[in-house]
Design a protein around this ligand. Structure first.
Ligand SMILES: O=P(O)(O)OC[C@H]1O[C@H](O[C@H]2O[C@H](CO)[C@@H](O)[C@H](O)[C@H]2O)[C@H](O)[C@@H](O)[C@@H]1O
Ligand SMILES: O=c1ccn([C@@H]2O[C@H](COP(=O)(O)OP(=O)(O)O)[C@@H](O)[C@H]2O)c(=O)[nH]1
Length: 488
């Protein structure tokens, strides 16, 4: 792949989560790390972020680790600051609001201040590492104010920002503490990217409602003397490489053990971090409803829910760990038989190889978040299928991935009965229909790989040209057609 940057300039990527080479494969159970690792392996460059350590005494200089084409520079964070920044503002204010959960918002002034302070600390540690021609690409909600802090330190480089999670309409977004400061933070970038046009439109609406600048045509936006662009860049996966991994995984020991344990039952799979945005509670309800209303499938299916624990220090997540475990236990107790456990619920992280094999073995992929920026699991599930006998993806209409994967069975995850009916329909779907839906989705995945995402964003950032609208735009009619609705 072409390097999109000037000969002397490097790509400098910043994200909170940095999958250091020394760590085991279990650290990357989030889509951001998975996507960026693939992008940086191609481009090379500097990857700057959190070391994964909290300490009582902070070193100001980052630790540098060379790994092939990537140089990692990582910073420890003071224990107290990390609680305020990550456990607090990022995951108790920004995350719930961006996932439309006003009811879970925590407003705490010290957390807000901690968030902005950590951003300042990261900017101060990063600034000395930057060259004048470097292109800087900052990722996700942890670092919205980072560009403004870098500008304050004299940085004149081109700086792009990509938000991996949704951006809500202004009536929801404006409930954020320090909303004005955050909005101003966004305007220090040269390009602000989202997964979907819907998120980008919501963001534009927020700027307009706050009277913050105005559109100047050709996708540009002006605030004060500064012009920047806003665009949609849906992240992709390397579908053919993932398909190859899935084929090879048939020999993987975990996959083999799973297959043997299935006997002749069909597999339904869900794979999600333990997060309220993923709709796991609603999914277990839908599956239980499916079993109750389709007794012919009793002891003929197994639902495997792979759910690594996530953000366990955040009270809403800790509470959820107990709730979901209890719910899965109740469902098994009520529905199960001496020789059949309807739900296998596990909290382990599974490596990509075994995961690919499990997706391929499954007849149904259940990806039903209540709200999700993209959802790479949906894409991986499709890529892993056997083209001669593909499984069926059931996908939430509230996942960013639904714009590209509208040939899935689209569902409203809050609607238990229609999601249950979609599970039955998926299990009974004729081979020809499964193949047709799969081919449509696989073509879409091939047309928008991880390189396209990376290259597409960096092209706009470095050239200042307008973003090309993603192929998803204008397909809303066909996606609506496919959403399953309750009868009557
Ligand atoms: O770093 P954590 O707090 O452990 O959380 C893991 C990651 O979760 C989020 O992932 C998002 O990015 C994916 C790739 O673009 C996208 O498909 C998904 O819909 C998002 O939820 C979060 O945005 C990352 O920062 C976290 O690292
Ligand atoms: O046990 C697991 C669970 C998840 N993942 C990976 O974690 C990523 C999850 O990304 P997604 O965009 O679906 O959601 P996020 O967790 O980032 O919100 C996907 O690449 C999964 O394959 C994994 O490797 N092992």
């Amino acid at each position: 792949m072409e390097r999109p940057l000037g000969a002397s300039g490097r790509l400098v990527v910043i994200s909170n989560r940095v999958p250091l080479p020394a760590k085991d494969g279990n650290s990357s159970a989030g889509g951001l790390a998975v996507a960026l690792e693939a992008a940086l392996k191609q481009h090379g460059g500097l990857w700057f972020g959190w070391s994964g350590r909290t300490v009582d005494q902070v070193e100001n200089a980052p630790q540098i680790i060379e790994a092939g084409k990537i140089t990692f520079a990582v910073l420890d964070v003071h224990r107290k600051d990390f609680d305020l920044f990550y456990t607090g503002f990022a995951n108790r204010a920004l995350w719930p609001i961006c996932h439309y959960r006003l009811d879970l918002l925590q407003v705490d002034r010290s957390q807000t201040e901690g968030y902005f302070r950590v951003n300042r600390t990261f900017a101060e540690a990063l600034a000395p590492l930057l060259g004048p021609d470097d292109t800087i690409w900052i990722h996700d909600y942890h670092f919205i104010p980072l560009a403004a802090e870098l500008r304050r330190l004299g940085c004149r480089n081109r700086i792009g920002f990509f938000l991996h999670i949704p951006w809500p309409p202004s009536d929801i977004a404006s409930a954020l503490p320090a909303y004005g400061r955050l909005q101003n933070g966004f305007t220090a970038y040269d390009l602000v990217g989202f997964h979907t046009k819907q998120d980008a439109d919501n963001f534009r609406q927020c700027l307009l409602r706050e009277n913050l600048g105005f559109p100047v045509g050709d996708g540009e936006y002006q605030v004060g003397g500064h012009r920047f662009r806003i665009g949609a860049f849906p992240v992709g996966i390397d579908a053919d490489a993932f398909a190859e991994t899935a084929r090879a995984a048939e020999r993987n020991p975990t996959v083999r053990r799973m297959r043997e344990s299935m006997e002749k039952r069909r597999l339904i799979i869900g794979v999600d971090r333990l997060d309220y945005s993923k709709g796991i509670k609603e999914r277990i309800e839908s599956y239980s409803c499916f079993i109750r209303s389709n007794p012919q499938f009793r002891n003929k299916v197994v639902y495997l829910q792979v759910t690594p624990k996530s953000r366990s220090d955040v009270p809403e997540y800790k509470r959820m760990q107990h709730q979901i475990a209890e719910q899965a236990g109740w469902a098994n107790g009520n529905l199960g038989e001496v020789d059949w456990t309807p739900i296998r619920y596990i909290n382990k992280t599974i490596g990509h190889m075994a995961l690919a094999g499990l997706y391929r073995m499954a007849r149904v992929g259940l990806v039903t978040p209540l709200r999700d920026g993209m959802n790479l699991v949906a894409k991986e599930f499709v890529a892993a299928q056997d083209e001669n006998d593909p499984g069926v993806l059931i996908l939430s209409r509230f996942a960013g991935a639904m714009h590209e994967l509208d040939a899935a069975l689209l569902v409203n995850p809050y609607d238990t009965e229609t999601t249950a009916a979609a599970i039955a329909r998926a299990l009974e779907m004729p081979l020809e229909e499964r193949r047709e839906r799969w081919r449509t989705m696989m073509d879409r995945l091939r047309g928008n790989g991880i390189d396209d995402w990376c290259q597409g964003f960096l092209d706009v950032l470095t050239s200042g040209k307008s973003p090309v609208p993603p192929p998803q735009e204008g397909r809303h009619v066909s996606s609506r057609r496919r959403v399953a609705h309750a009868p009557g």
